[in-house]
Structures are given as C-alpha cells and as structure tokens.
Design a protein around this ligand. Structure first.
Ligand SMILES: NC(=O)c1ccc[n+]([C@@H]2O[C@H](COP(=O)([O-])OP(=O)(O)OC[C@H]3O[C@@H](n4cnc5c(N)ncnc54)[C@H](OP(=O)(O)O)[C@@H]3O)[C@@H](O)[C@H]2O)c1
Length: 251
C-alpha cells in the first residue's frame, strides 16, 4: 500500500536535520510540499531543501527560534503567501539542558519549556486557522516523558507537559476533525545525543536492552509519522505511539 500525500502541505519544526529531516524527506517522497523551520543550522536546512526539491516537491525554509512568538507569526505569514494552508504540522524541534537537577537553575528550566512546550503549542495555535478538516498534528516526544532518564530531568518534564497539552488539544480539535497524536521514540543516534554526558553508555545500554536488537533510526520514526499523517489513521486521536523496538515493555 502506498500513501499519497500529493497536494498536501507539511510544516516540520526542526526539519533541517536529525529526525526532523527524515520526516521532511519521508513526507516529500509521499508527495507533500514541505516547510521547514530551523534555528541556526542554515547549511543543514539548505541541504534538506535541495533533497526535497530533487524529489520534485516545493520546500520553503523559515529560520527562527520557535520559543519566540515572532517566529510563529513569520511562519504563518509566509505560509499564507506561498501555500495558503497547512495539512500536516509536525512539532519536532526540541532543546534543553542535560545536567543533574541540582546543577541547574530556573533559567535552564524556563529555556527548556519555552522551546519544547510553549513555543510548539503557540505555533500550533498560530497555524490553526490555516488547518482545515482532515488535517494532522503530530508531536515528537521521547520515553523521558514518562520515565526517568539520567540527566534528562527538565527535558523529560517538558516532554511530559508537551504530551499532556497535545492530548487536551486533541479533544478540543476533534470538533474540527483534526487529529492530534504523539510519537514517542527510543534512543536515536542524532547530533542531540552529543549533549548527553553519558552518550556512549546511553547508546550501548539501549542497544543491549532493545528486544529488536538495534537502535531506532530517524527513518523508523519518520515512517510512523507518515502513517499518522495519512488518512489511514483518521480514527487515532490523542494517542502516543511508542517507536522503541520494544525497549519500554521490559521490566
Ligand atoms: N535523538 C533521540 O534519541 C531522540 C529520542 C526521542 C525523541 N527525540 C525527539 O525527536 C525530536 C528531534 O530530535 P533530534 O534528535 O533529531 O534533534 P537534533 O538532531 O538536535 O535536531 C533538532 C532540530 O530542532 C531544531 N531546533 C532546536 N531548537 C530550536 C528552536 N528553539 N527553534 C527552532 N528549531 C529548533 C534544530 O535546528 P538547527 O538545525 O537550526 O539547530 C534541529 O533542526 C526532538 O523532539 C527530540 O526530543 C529524540
């Protein structure tokens, strides 16, 4: 079965590299035009744009910190001018400070929540008028939303808040027939991991414990996002789909 997203427009926050890039490419391969928001890595975003255009799809870039309301306003304006709508919104961008709880202060807590929760939800609110019946919203989260991972305290807390907000929003947007779901990924080897003080241990422990015997790849996550972006998932609402090779079902 092939999924056809021709004529659809997808906005992916943090879509220039890592998991967001895999999602951008997967949706473009299925026919969607793509808008990528990113923070500062222009080169990665430009390369992803080129790859998408080589697939014959349109791609626009929006540079800006999602934590700043101007970024959401800028995104809305550009999308109105260039596409007139958003069918698929992927809330993927994330940041945060990875340290022991007692080494951090409120500014680290705020920074993490500003991006991972407030910025993402504000973008959804801003873009909502451009989303019609049948549109899809997918939040990218991690096992740390519900489990304790070393050095992940504030990011995990932000992911928990993000997931909860999306579940509430799923109920509210049901009257507009918009689906809101979450994909929770296990450890994926992207640039994000280099900020973990225990990176090697995180990777080897994840490989060792995963029943399916390997790490999750960005493409593994992107394929599930593709399913949730299509009408195959029309009756899935407010759910969290875990993509971790079975890691989290073990005692
Ligand atoms: N890697 C994992 O093991 C893992 C596991 C589970 C879930 N996840 C989740 O998957 C998502 C993507 O993670 P990743 O590993 O692909 O991360 P990544 O490689 O670090 O990429 C993060 C992306 O988000 C963008 N970004 C960061 N802060 C931003 C901001 N304030 N405003 C706008 N864009 C911003 C970055 O833009 P620039 O390119 O401009 O820097 C980049 O494109 C995150 O939500 C993460 O929590 C990751």
């Amino acid at each position: 079965m092939t999924i056809d997203l021709s004529g659809k427009v997808a906005l992916i926050t943090g879509g220039g590299r890592g998991i967001g890039k895999a999602i951008s490419i997967e949706l473009a391969k299925s026919g969607a035009d793509i808008i990528i928001n990113f923070l500062r890595n222009v080169q990665a975003a430009e390369e992803t744009k080129k790859e998408i255009e080589s697939l014959g799809k349109r791609c626009e870039l929006i540079k800006g910190n999602i934590a700043e309301t101007e970024t959401a306003s800028k995104a809305k304006k550009l999308i109105e001018e260039k596409f007139g709508k958003v069918d698929i919104l992927i809330l993927n961008a994330a940041s945060g400070v990875l340290r022991k709880f007692w080494e951090m202060d409120l500014k680290h807590f705020r920074w993490t929540f500003e991006i991972n929760v407030f910025g993402q939800i504000n973008l959804l609110k801003e873009i909502l008028p451009l989303m019609k019946e049948g549109s899809k919203v997918i939040g990218i989260s991690s096992l740390g939303a519900t489990r304790a991972i070393p050095y992940y305290t504030f990011v995990g807390a932000s992911k928990g808040a993000f997931e909860s907000a999306l579940r509430h929003i799923a109920v509210e947007l049901s009257s507009r027939k918009i689906n809101v779901n979450i994909v929770e990924a296990g450890v994926v080897e992207t640039d994000a991991l280099k900020f973990f003080p225990n990176k090697q241990e995180l990777i080897s422990e994840s490989q060792r414990r995963t029943p399916l015997g390997r790490l999750v790849s960005p493409e593994d996550v992107a394929k599930v996002v593709l399913f949730l972006s299509s009408d195959l998932s029309d009756m899935i609402q407010g759910q969290t789909i875990v993509v971790d090779g079975g890691y989290s079902i073990l005692a």
